[in-house]
Ligand binder design. Structure first.
Ligand code: IFM
Length: 402
């Protein structure tokens, strides 16, 4: 079989977020949102995958699948349950988690904000409030001082544009605001400021550790390419969404000055017209209803190349209960990453979303992105054939050509 080899030292792993896998995370805005009926399915993130208690078993499985990296988030609301009060037992928990990864030969990419915030922070305005960057920064500083020596890469923030859009425009995420454009831009401005401040602080405390953030690149196309209104609308919406990391000259400078790498989360895209956003009906769709087009991955990577920074695919995956589809998707999308590298893009790693089927935010457990299945009653883990395939790709550092 012909294969396409990746550069030596390429990182292969999975991406996760604390609230989606850990279970028992009750001191954050998402938990409160779940209790208020914010999740369509009525699900809640407890016990999720009970990863808080089972992380050793989970990392053992990922090591068996030849993962040499892992992206996880440290839960702010556990570590700082009240403003300025740090819970040493929780710090020790994450020390155990990071030590376990190190012992299993996996580089830890640590996200410092992945959608959840402590209640004390959200009750006084969350990311819209003045002083929110500084409030988060003291958590960042504490984690860096306590755990920095175990961290391979920092990822300050996960998908600021999606976070702000879902929380302030669609209302699918807490605080559930709809159409609050001013709120969305306040959140983005504060997160932008927070990232810059965190970059400087992290470089001061752990100068050797690369710092970046992840951007969700959701592609927008004009519904009718021959219609100038649709074309303008698609372009304007795309640059709005891409304010982070490089949609405007200002943002570009942020990436140039305060990012050692760019993290790309890419899943899909939509068609834009005056009346609505829709999915390109001619493409296959995931269970989420998202169009699946693996070639878009290469397009996104090539676009980021001009920033001149190393790029990591920090998330890529498909929501499907048909695992054969996931395997095909994996081969196709990893093949596109390989093509981008062949065309000169400095891609250094691929982190699949996600290791285990988990709590998919507003969709609860209805969307399955995992390489490993989890029985929600017994918590039994089962590696899916796509997981085995990912393990083979990681071990060979190469993807088979179909
Ligand atoms: O589950 C999410 C993740 O938390 C952030 N990026 C997109 C994933 C799939 O929706």
């Amino acid at each position: 079989m012909r294969t396409r080899h990746f550069p030596e030292g390429f990182l292969w792993g999975c991406a996760t977020a604390a609230h989606q896998v850990e279970g028992g995370n009750h001191n954050c805005d998402w938990w409160e949102w779940e209790q208020r009926g914010g999740i369509r399915t009525g699900d809640s993130a407890d016990p999720a995958c009970d990863h808080y208690n089972r992380f050793r078993e989970d990392f053992r499985l990922l090591q068996q699948l030849h993962n040499n990296a892992h992206r996880l988030s440290i839960e702010w609301s556990r570590v700082e349950p009240a403003e300025g009060e740090f819970d040493q037992a929780q710090v020790e928990h994450y020390r155990d988690v990071l030590t376990e990864l190190r012992q299993r030969g996996m580089v830890a990419m640590v996200t410092l904000h992945h959608f959840t915030s402590p209640l004390w922070f959200t009750h006084r305005g969350g990311w819209t409030a003045a002083g929110s960057p500084e409030a988060w920064l003291s958590f960042v500083r504490h984690v860096a001082q306590e755990l920095g020596e175990l961290v391979g890469m920092w990822c300050t923030l996960n998908e600021p544009s999606i976070y702000a859009y879902q929380g302030w425009i669609t209302g699918d995420f807490p605080p559930g605001r709809r159409g609050d454009v001013a709120g969305m831009y306040r959140v983005l401005a504060n997160m932008h400021d927070a990232h810059e401040k965190a970059y400087r602080e992290l470089k001061r405390i752990t100068p050797q550790v690369p710092v970046g953030l992840t951007h969700n690149k959701w592609l927008l196309f004009p519904a009718k390419p021959w219609n100038p209104v649709d074309r303008v609308l698609a372009a304007v919406s795309q640059s709005g969404l891409d304010r982070w990391p490089a949609g405007s000259p200002r943002m570009r400078r942020v990436v140039e000055a305060t990012s050692d790498y760019v993290g790309l989360n890419h899943y899909s895209g939509s068609l834009v017209s005056v009346t609505r956003h829709s999915q390109p009906g001619w493409l296959p769709q995931s269970d989420f209803g998202w169009a699946i087009q693996p070639e878009w991955m290469r397009h996104c990577l090539e676009e980021l190349a001009e920033l001149g920074k190393p790029v990591y695919v920090t998330e890529s995956g498909i929501a499907t209960r048909d695992d054969r589809r996931r395997s095909q998707f994996l081969k196709d999308v990893v093949g596109q990453v390989w093509q981008a590298i062949e065309h000169g893009v400095d891609v250094r790693g691929y982190l699949h979303w996600t290791s285990m089927d988990n709590f998919e935010w507003a969709q609860g457990y209805s969307m399955q992105f995992g390489l490993i299945g989890v029985d929600l009653e017994t918590q039994e883990r089962t590696v899916k054939p796509s997981g085995e395939l990912f393990g083979q790709i990681a071990e060979a550092n190469a993807v088979p050509v179909d």
